[in-house]
Design a protein around this ligand. Structure first.
Ligand SMILES: *Cc1c(COP(=O)(O)O)cnc(C)c1O
Length: 495
């Protein structure tokens, strides 16, 4: 399997999976995409249904990562998804709540779904350095709206031949997320807060990647830049796995008949998670509609409904901060698939230049054939969260609540009964104050007090690692302006 850049127009250079994972972003600023999408047959699904999660992961990832051996992938998957990182029996349990199937993707070490990819990515990258004969070490730059940062730090901490520098918006993450990152252990990690929002952090990181002087300076230090954001293909492939795995689990449990369509609702920010589902569908998984759920930052809802992507709008800080994004990078991959390289490149140029683009009728129809979209303002998010707790005894986090709201709207639009799978992306304890507020309870000033209050109300213990953070010492407290990100990276590289 070979990969090309979404921005390659005439001469299309092809890359191996190892090169793609190593580089993260294509040299022309585009994203890597596979030249073909591998097929998954009904027999394949049957076979996968009889396997454990790590076995499924190795099989499915192997279809894309053809320069990795089956043994390498299985080894990596066992390390990533086995105990003690994830619960022994099933890393991605599905809970039936009312008529919805809720796929819980947050049972890993940092209590957010990002662990699903970031526990295995370091293994894939280490092997990629070997496979490509790379002599330099990798310096991973991450812009995070909260969850990616911690999950990446946790995945890469003390991994040989890798360093990692994480940037997050200082007021754009929760108290617990901040504490998770500030206390990160490991000799190869650095964390810097910036003034500004997530898009500022992401733009800053992208600018550093595009800076040739920076590449030269780092080269002198024996380093090259790599990415752990969902712009990296190595993040997406492990995410394809859990949609296929969920289908197998539902078949095995008799909650779905083989061949039945499954609609999937995904709380969306950078369009990575939902795009992974799109890949699974295009491989042949019987997925009906993919429902893109957004918070008040509803740029994707407008795009999917009207074909106009317009980032020139107010940026809201919401109770679902990991979805506070106005530039959803992975949408570029969908456009490339749907509209082809020429149009995709021109849309991206327009977005960079004018902050807006409009797709043509044909492209819009193709998008709407696969996707529906809903958004949810702050009041509705909190309401839905409370209703699910009060009526169905299910405690969701605020991001998942946005998806639950979209799932209900979508269900109301259907005239037949369908299996609707909702991706649940974080533990409610990761956002305890916002969850308490949604439930109409008092919100203690302190994030850890809030976590304890929430425990009392729900009767479900918080993940031990979150609770233990309170006692951990901060290592990283610096806050800088976005324009100083480059010098911060250089200082870290030279340290
Ligand atoms: C990252 C994140 C999302 C958004 O996922 P994308 O792949 O960026 O669309 C949603 N919920 C939570 C809890 C997240 O951490």
């Amino acid at each position: 399997m070979k990969f090309v850049s979404t921005r390659a127009r005439n001469e299309k250079k092809e890359y191996t999976a190892a090169e793609v994972i190593k580089q993260g972003l294509a040299p022309d600023g585009g994203l890597f995409v596979p030249t073909e999408i591998p097929a998954l047959t009904a027999e394949d699904l049957d076979r996968l249904a009889g396997m454990t999660y790590p076995q499924r992961a190795a099989e499915i990832m192997g279809l894309y990562l053809t320069d990795y051996t089956a043994e390498e992938l299985l080894n990596a998957a066992n390390l990533a998804y086995g105990a003690p990182k994830f619960p022994e029996n099933n890393p991605t349990p599905i809970t039936k709540v009312g008529s919805l199937e809720i796929l819980e993707l947050w049972h890993g070490p940092t209590s957010a779904f990002k662990d699903m990819a970031l526990q295995i990515m370091p293994h894939l990258l280490s092997m990629a350095l070997e496979k490509t004969g790379e002599t330099r070490d990798a310096l991973i730059l991450v812009a995070t709206s909260g969850d990616t940062g911690k999950a990446a730090l946790e995945g890469y901490a003390d991994v040989p031949r890798v360093r990692i520098h994480v940037f997050y918006p200082t007021d754009g993450v929760s108290r617990i997320q901040k504490k998770q990152m500030a206390t990160q252990q490991g000799s190869n990690v650095n964390v810097t807060a910036i003034t500004g929002n997530f898009d500022d952090a992401q733009s800053g990181v992208k600018a550093i990647f595009a800076d040739s002087e920076m590449a030269e300076l780092l080269d002198k230090e024996g380093l090259f830049l790599s990415s752990a954001n969902s712009i990296n293909w190595g993040r997406l492939v492990p995410q394809v796995v859990y949609y296929i795995s969920a289908y197998c689990d539902l078949m095995n449990a008799g909650r779905l008949n083989k061949g039945d369509l499954m609609d999937v609702v995904v709380p969306t920010g950078n369009f990575g998670n939902i795009f992974a589902c799109c890949l699974a569908k295009r491989m042949g998984l019987p997925v009906g509609k993919m429902i893109c759920a957004s918070n008040q930052n509803n740029v994707l809802t407008d795009f999917i409904n009207n074909g106009v992507y317009d980032r020139r709008r107010t940026f809201y800080q919401t109770v679902s901060p990991s979805m506070d994004i106005l530039i959803s990078s992975n949408l570029e991959r969908l456009l490339w698939l749907v509209a082809g390289p020429e149009k995709c490149a021109s849309y991206m140029e327009a977005l960079a230049k004018d902050g807006v683009y409009t797709v043509d009728e044909q492209v819009l129809e193709a998008v709407q054939a696969e996707f529906a979209a809903y958004f949810c303002d702050e009041a509705l998010t909190k309401n839905v969260l409370r209703e699910f707790h009060e009526n169905l005894f299910y405690l969701a986090d605020t991001h998942t609540a946005v998806a639950l709201s979209a799932a209900e709207s979508y269900r109301r639009s259907l005239d037949e009964k369908r299996t609707v799978l909702v991706a649940s992306t974080a533990s409610p304890y990761k956002f305890s104050p916002a969850v308490l507020e949604s439930l109409g309870k008092d919100v203690p000033e302190d994030g850890f007090e809030a976590l304890r209050s929430l425990q009392k109300i729900s009767g479900i213990p918080a993940p031990a690692r979150l609770a233990a953070l309170e006692q951990a010492e901060d290592r990283f407290t610096e806050v800088i302006a976005p324009q100083d990100m480059k010098s911060a990276v250089l200082a870290f590289a030279r340290s």
